[in-house]
Design a protein around this ligand. Structure first.
Ligand SMILES: NC(=O)c1ccc[n+]([C@@H]2O[C@H](COP(=O)([O-])OP(=O)(O)OC[C@H]3O[C@@H](n4cnc5c(N)ncnc54)[C@H](OP(=O)(O)O)[C@@H]3O)[C@@H](O)[C@H]2O)c1
Length: 339
């Protein structure tokens, strides 16, 4: 996701953005939209311009051909060397300090791509709905519904924007979710991969996931010693069973399949496992106006594997942001900033 604004003599003369994968990049789009010659102008870009022939010609060529004098860039692209190329050609280049608020916003905007290229695994956003007293289900496993309709609609949009949706087998057994992106505008062109952390291949053959596996991909990540007969039965119904020794392994495998973003939808047990392994990058918590008042009801994040006895040792996230979604409050916390 990239945007570009061309400014000359203090006036915006052209704007553009990268609208779709494989389509024209932000810089040539902005240059083409200029209402006067961009010669001598400044180009403000959110991401370092590309300097290689990919699906489109390099943006550095377009900026040089347009005789842009200055390029101000909010974030470097670790896969490109466009800024060096522009500098070598005599363009005045400024890269924002990584600590600058706009630099951070630009990196967050491309968190999926940046995480995937830097770590070889998808960016993981943990989404959960919690009661005011921090519970994600009743002690008997009922969680439908904690959050309101608007929140759930938003989650469908996030699913549509994610390469994969991931849950623990406990959630499948309790809720039998479909995990597809439904009722979203514009209509979903490709459903996310629906993945389950299911070491013992317990995914029921009559679950909604299994029954819809021919329509949209379902992957069960199982351990090496999962019962072979169960695996075969699932495979026969179109569910792929892939071996993964750990959640990190499962994420690496999704990364190998070009999945750059994962929406982790719980439950608390796998949330704790992934948080503990340092695999959750961002937390989206819908806090709903509901109280359970039952200490036996599961919380938000199950055991992480680290016993914390002092607040000093507690994990702190980045600054919280919050927004009202219907009657709920969505709390957004970054656990790891994209590099
Ligand atoms: N409020 C919400 O947003 C929300 C969201 C989701 C679910 N829920 C509720 O939460 C409950 C389900 O949560 P849950 O905590 O019981 O189940 P869960 O986290 O969905 O799944 C837990 C299971 O995942 C498997 N697993 C695979 N790899 C694992 C690993 N590395 N570490 C730990 N477990 C691993 C384990 O089964 P194996 O050992 O067989 O692999 C484990 O029992 C339901 O009541 C559901 O309604 C609420």
């Amino acid at each position: 996701m990239v945007g570009c604004v061309i400014v000359k003599d203090g006036r915006v003369i052209g704007e553009g953005f990268h609208a779709r994968y494989g389509g024209p990049h932000a810089e040539p789009t902005a240059l083409a939209a200029c209402t006067e010659s961009p010669a001598g102008a400044t180009a403000y870009v959110t991401l370092e311009p590309c300097d290689r022939y990919g699906r489109t010609p390099p943006c550095t060529e377009a900026l040089l051909a347009a005789r842009v004098a200055r390029v101000v860039c909010a974030s470097a692209d670790p896969t490109q060397s466009g800024l060096a190329r522009l500098r070598a050609a005599g363009v005045d280049v400024e890269l924002l300090d990584p600590g600058h608020e706009l630099a951070r916003a630009a990196r967050r905007q491309n968190a999926a791509f940046r995480t995937w290229t830097a770590l070889g695994r998808p960016h993981v956003r943990l989404k959960l709905a919690a009661t005011l007293d921090g519970r994600t289900a009743t002690r008997t496993g009922d969680s439908r519904w904690i959050s309101g309709a608007e929140s759930r609609r938003l989650v469908h949009r996030w699913r549509a924007e994610s390469g994969a949706v991931l849950v623990g087998i406990g959630t499948v057994l309790a809720d039998d979710p479909a995990l597809t992106a439904r009722d979203v505008e514009p209509a979903v062109r490709r459903q996310p991969v629906r993945a389950v952390l299911d070491r013992h291949a317990r995914l029921p053959l009559d679950s909604r996931l299994t029954r819809s596996a021919e329509d949209a991909p379902v992957v069960a990540f199982v351990s090496r010693d999962a019962p072979a007969a169960r695996r075969t039965a699932l495979e026969r119904r179109g569910v792929e069973t892939a071996e993964a020794a750990s959640p990190a392994d499962a994420l690496r495998e999704l990364g190998r399949r070009q999945v750059t973003s994962v929406l982790l939808e719980g439950g608390a047990t796998v949330a704790g496992a992934l948080v503990g392994a340092g695999l959750v990058d961002r937390l989206a918590l819908f806090v709903a106006p509901v109280l359970l008042g039952d200490p036996a009801a599961p919380g938000i994040v199950g055991p992480t594997g680290a016993l914390v006895t002092s607040m000093q040792d507690a994990r702190r996230t980045g600054e919280l942001e919050s927004v009202a979604v219907g009657g709920d409050i969505l709390v957004d916390a970054w656990l790891r900033e994209p590099a």
